[in-house]
Design a protein around this ligand. Structure first.
Ligand SMILES: [Zn+2]
Length: 138
């Protein structure tokens, strides 16, 4: 089972090299039927179905497949909604490709296993990862 975003964030913060500051693990690039869209939206009808139809009170994937998305005009099942997952990080200094790879090595298997991409967030310092030539410090 895939760990929650909070669990993944905690693990990645512990393991990733100090070149990177982990901000979060979040879902992004939401799509509906493969086109840019929105996350599956829960509405009162889902709560009602969970309580009535299944008598569980639990919102599981079965409810979200049979009771369409509550986003205005959508009404499609959960399976028509997809997204990517990103590890959002900030660079803590300028670096080289080699150094960046070394800092990512402890988390690479985890990122591959859970199909998580990396998104680098710009900082005011505008740190960069450059080719493996000498890094100039400012
Ligand atoms: Zn929808």
């Amino acid at each position: 089972m895939k760990p929650s975003s909070e669990e993944l964030t905690k693990i990645l913060k512990e393991r990733i090299g100090n070149l990177f500051e982990v901000v979060s693990v979040d879902n992004c690039n939401f799509k509906v039927d493969g086109k840019p869209g929105h996350p599956f939206t829960i509405g009162p009808q889902h709560i009602a179905a969970a309580n009535a139809g299944y008598n569980t009170g639990i919102l599981d994937e079965r409810v979200m497949e049979e009771v369409g998305c509550a986003f205005k005009g959508c009404n499609k099942p959960l399976s028509d909604h997809t997204n990517d997952t990103g590890l959002f990080v900030k660079l803590t200094r300028h670096s080289t490709n080699t150094e960046a790879n070394e800092n990512l090595a402890p988390v690479k298997d985890l990122l591959v296993k859970h199909n998580i991409g990396i998104a680098i967030i710009e900082t005011p310092e505008k740190y960069r990862i450059d080719a493996d030539t000498e890094v100039t410090s400012e």
